[in-house]
Unconditional design. Structure first.
Length: 173
């Protein structure tokens, strides 16, 4: 075997190795891109549903019902009595703490009255249900002929409520 043949063999082996490595890197990059794309497609709906759930929870956290307000006002009055009692006993640190709590309760009591957005949806479903002493219950949600589908049950209920309100307006006219 001549020197030229040996060098040609080495060149062929090196070029085959480089060709294999280039194909390996291209496949690895394609796999990573494909994996990221699939992960994004799977996580976005889950993430969006979690965001909507947290937004509903945040809304519910800042709403105060009428019974909550009455309870909070009663607690404020009790805290004011505690402030006076602690002040009379010269326990100023306890009086200041009770005064701070009373102020926080007053802030909560001044929040707007409201209902959770899903409360209206549940009330609508209660009107629409049929059943036999709750052994078997069916919920009928009319959606109309123009219904194209929805991603969540909330969208279905809202569509049905809007359809019902439209019919009531049309019947009233």
């Amino acid at each position: 075997m001549t020197t030229l043949e040996i060098l040609a063999g080495i060149a062929c082996i090196v070029s085959a190795a480089l060709l294999f490595y280039a194909g390996y890197r291209a496949g690895l990059n394609d796999g990573q891109v494909s994996g990221r794309t699939e992960a994004t497609e799977e996580l976005v709906p889950t993430h969006q549903a979690e965001v909507e759930r947290l937004q509903r929870a945040n809304i519910a956290q800042h709403l105060v019902s009428e019974t909550d307000r009455d309870t909070i006002v009663a607690a404020v009055n009790m805290m004011r009595l505690s402030v006076d009692t602690f002040a009379g006993l010269r326990a100023n640190d306890k009086a200041n703490g009770a005064r701070w709590i009373a102020g926080q309760l007053e802030k909560i009591a001044t929040r707007t009255l409201g209902r959770h957005p899903d409360t209206d949806r549940v009330d609508y479903l209660e009107r629409m249900h049929t059943g036999n002493d709750y052994e078997d219950v069916a919920v009928y949600i009319p959606v109309g002929e123009d219904y194209t589908g929805a991603k969540t049950i909330r969208e279905v209920i809202d569509h049905s409520r809007n359809l019902e309100q439209g019919l009531e307006v049309r019947d009233a006219a």
